[in-house]
Design a protein around this ligand. Structure first.
Ligand code: MRU
Length: 350
């Protein structure tokens, strides 16, 4: 596709100064505590946080030191392990953890799954939390494999893809959801380029996605959120690829605010709108996006000068605007009339 400005050319992997190893885990259990990459400090500062209490984990989730649906699920599961080890009566702390953020289904789901092992003792609880961590790592590999096939089928050769928010290793454990597919396309020589959407107000796209793309040597340009649909109309984008915080029974996709606008732009431009998320983000118990609590993060993130602000952190893209949902076990074409029931779970791929 043509472009008025060359894609920023970035050095190959390893030439971007970084203290972190390429396979640095965003969230992990290290020597009896939860260790996190501090996402509030990136891209300027690369640092790890060591969280030794469940209150620290709740605080890290709420102030987005760890963010992204799978990553907060893993942090929540490990937080339960911490609660069980450090508190004589962990029930109240676990409830606070479960409710630290409401929209991504991964958090409450992981907390419930791990807490169910409490009767079996702290070691069983920790083992279940580590199993969730390991499953998310395997899921990222599998989404990349399913995603490459889907992009090749839907988007033509060497597509330039617009992505929103951050969906890379920082949002999972390693790898990524939508950005994991982008990395895999790049490694396979199948990617034209990337436009990273800035993602107001907290700039996950500008701060985190560009940091990950640069470290991986993927060519990209950064665009303000409002430019997305215009770039699509001008023929500079071949497909949109995003992640999800929850995907409902009817295929409605709840994701970072701004996703719906990109979906409308993609529909108008006649280009695919692809959602990549693990099965741990699929919530068939919730009928539609209208039933999901959308976190409002308050006016201070939006306006520093005292005017009233609306700040929904997420929006709902209706299922009929979603060309395909790629999970770690299947690809569902909602815009073509498929439902979850039409596509049984397949194998994990690597
Ligand atoms: O508020 P955040 O940064 O936690 O929101 C994250 C997103 O919306 C991501 O796009 C989403 O979790 C999918 S990526 C795994």
């Amino acid at each position: 596709m043509s472009s008025t400005e060359p894609l920023r050319s970035t050095p190959p992997t390893g030439d971007v100064p970084s203290h972190f190893a390429p396979d640095q885990r965003t969230v992990d259990w290290v020597d009896g505590a939860v260790e996190l990459v501090d996402q509030t400090a990136l891209p300027a500062v690369e640092r790890l946080l060591r969280l030794e209490t469940v209150e620290d984990v709740v605080d890290a989730i709420q102030r987005l030191a760890v963010r992204g649906a799978p990553a907060i699920g893993v942090a929540g599961g490990l937080g339960v392990a911490l609660a069980v080890r450090t508190l004589p009566e962990p029930g109240a702390a676990i409830r606070l953890l479960r409710e630290a953020r409401p929209t991504a289904v991964n958090l409450a789901r992981a907390v419930d799954r791990v807490a169910a092992f409490m009767p079996d003792g702290p070691d069983a609880v920790l083992a279940e939390a580590l199993a969730i961590r390991d499953e998310e790592i395997a899921s990222s590999d599998s989404m990349a494999a399913y995603g490459i096939d889907t992009v090749r089928e839907l988007c033509g050769p060497q597509p330039t893809m617009l992505t929103h928010c951050n969906t890379g290793g920082l949002a999972t454990v390693t790898g990524g959801t939508a950005l994991g597919v982008v990395f895999a396309l790049h490694r396979a020589g199948l990617l034209g380029g990337v436009v990273a959407s800035e993602t107001r107000p907290l700039l996950q796209g500008a701060r985190l996605t560009t940091w990950e793309l640069a470290r991986a040597g993927v060519p990209f340009r950064l665009a303000v959120d409002g430019a997305g649909s215009f770039l699509m109309a001008r023929g500079e984008i071949d497909a949109v690829i995003i992640g999800a915080d929850r995907i409902c029974a009817n295929g409605d996709v709840v994701n970072k605010i701004g996703s719906y606008a990109h979906a409308l732009g993609a529909a108008r431009a006649g280009i695919p709108f692809i959602v990549v998320a693990p099965e741990s983000t699929v919530d068939v118990a919730t009928a539609s996006g209208a039933d999901v609590e959308i976190e409002d993060r308050g006016g201070a993130e939006v306006s520093g000068f005292g005017v009233a602000a609306a700040n929904p952190a997420f929006d709902v893209t209706p299922f009929d605007l979603v060309t395909a949902v790629v999970t770690d076990r299947r690809v569902v074409r909602f815009a073509a009339g498929q439902t979850w029931d039409d596509v049984p779970l397949g194998p994990l791929r690597s």
